[in-house]
Design a binder for this molecule. Structure first.
Ligand SMILES: [Zn+2]
Length: 99
């Protein structure tokens, strides 16, 4: 079974062949740092995060949109508040001038 490993040193992802539940010693092909990998199975404490290749990382599109929407809302509210402050400031200045 192929497992996707992410290196702790350089954060690169690489694949290894392993039997589930096995602990493998290998070197990172990118930075060469030694790694002891426990594939999901019998060992409860893997030294590196592993995940089967068949389940690739999925980025939730709706979550990104939600975050983006929130950011836009915050910016909009900040601008609206600034606009209100400027308007009230102008109002105070003009009412002081007319008196
Ligand atoms: Zn590495």
């Amino acid at each position: 079974m192929q497992f996707q490993i992410s290196c702790k040193s350089c954060k690169q992802n690489f694949g290894i062949d392993a039997i589930p539940g096995q602990t493998i010693r290998c070197n990172c092909p990118y930075c060469g740092s030694p790694a002891i990998v426990a594939t999901p199975g019998t060992n409860p404490q893997p030294t590196m995060t592993t995940q089967p290749v068949s389940a690739p990382k999925k980025i939730s599109r709706s979550k990104i949109d939600w975050h983006f929407g929130r950011k836009v809302t915050v910016v909009f509210l900040a601008l609206a508040a600034l606009f209100a402050i400027v308007l009230s400031g102008l109002y105070i200045v003009f009412s002081a001038m007319s008196n």
